[in-house]
Structure formats: C-alpha cells, structure tokens
Ligand binder design. Sequence first.
Ligand SMILES: C[S@@+](CC[C@H](N)C(=O)[O-])C[C@H]1O[C@@H](n2cnc3c(N)ncnc32)[C@H](O)[C@@H]1O
Length: 204
Amino acid sequence: MKINDYDSIERHWLHARKALPPKDRELFELFLGTLPINSKILDLGCGHGAPIATLLATGGHKIVGIDRSEKLLGYARNTLPEHEWILSDLEDFEPADSYDGIVIWDSLFHLPRANQLTLLRKAAASLKPKGMLILSSGGSENDIPPFTDQMFGHTFFYDSFTVNQLLQHCSELGLNVIKSILLNTPDGKRDKGRLGVVLQKSKK
Ligand SMILES: C[S@@+](CC[C@H](N)C(=O)[O-])C[C@H]1O[C@@H](n2cnc3c(N)ncnc32)[C@H](O)[C@@H]1O
C-alpha cells in the first residue's frame, strides 16, 4: 500500500476539507491582508484547491499549485481553470519563478525533516523581497520522532521540527515571523498539535 496517498482517500478528503477552521482562517486573513494586489502565489501541497486556493483566487491573486495527487489536482483544475496546477512531488519541484506569497499548509509535515528544510530553502529563495510565507507544522515543543497514522483506512507519514527549531530555521533563511499561533494544542496522545506561522522575507 502506498504511503501519503491522497488519491486513495480522495472522496473522504473532499468531504472533510471544505472550510478552514476559525484560527487557520484568521491567519490566512492576515496573510491575504499583506499581499499586494494581483499577487502571484505558490501553493505547495495545494490539494484540491479548496478552501485555500479558492480563498486566494477570490482575493484576485494568481495561483500556481503543486501537488502529487493527480485526483485532487484534477478538482483544482476544474474549479479554478485559469490558474496553474502542476503534478509533482514537492521534493522534485524546482520553482522557476519568484512569488509574492507562498503557502505550505498542512503538507510540510508529510515530508521528513531534512526534506522540509530543503523545501523551506527553495521557498525562501523563490520569494520576492518582503514576500510572504504562510505555513503549518507540528505544534510540539518536544522532539517527537517521525510517525505514521491512519486516515480513512490509509497510512500517512508525519514529521515536524519542534516549534523552536522550525522558527530558528526560518530565521536563518531570512524569514521573519509576523505571527505564530498554536492552532491545535498537543494532547499528549494522537494529536501532536499544529502550529500556524505567517512570515515575511527580509528586504534582500
Ligand atoms: C492535508 S492535505 C492539505 C491540502 C491543502 N494544502 C489544504 O490545506 O487543504 C496534504 C496535501 O499535500 C500533498 N502532499 C503530501 N506529500 C506530498 C509530496 N511529497 N509532494 C507533493 N504533494 C504532497 C497531498 O497530496 C495533499 O494534497
């Protein structure tokens, strides 16, 4: 059985992912409020384009979405055909452009930490000066080893830096924290917590 295969849970995922939870939404409002009009936004792990790409497109921005799930990307193409949708593993994707904003929402934690760092480096390099990045990651202060969990009967891989490690890596990449909030608090059991961060690239 493949791991991290959203194609296998397509229908469940479409049903489950219709709206952003209130705290996520609040952070996206902040992100949206800082973007110049007609921004070009890279959405890394965009899924089926809802609710995030739809929200950004409604704000008048142009989206380039990357995802490895052919089926989810198919929905994004159908609902937002005037935007660009690229079928690719995040690990293989080489941004060829520069962006006003980048979204890495609920996808970073599906990669091993070393690959997360590579992706963050690529994201920072492809952001314009003062460009904005919004991302989510695990929300634990403690170092939790990578693990797998079941979602709709399929196996998914998760890994995250601790909150401090992640923010330190971002700072070293020239990404300054505008707002960081704990979206879910770890319960010491299955829920390892979720952090949401809005960052801005320094001028250079
Ligand atoms: C939890 S969903 C989040 C989708 C969307 N960002 C959202 O918040 O609604 C995770 C997405 O990341 C994609 N993904 C996970 N690992 C990936 C990888 N290595 N390369 C490309 N996409 C990946 C999945 O296919 C899925 O669409």
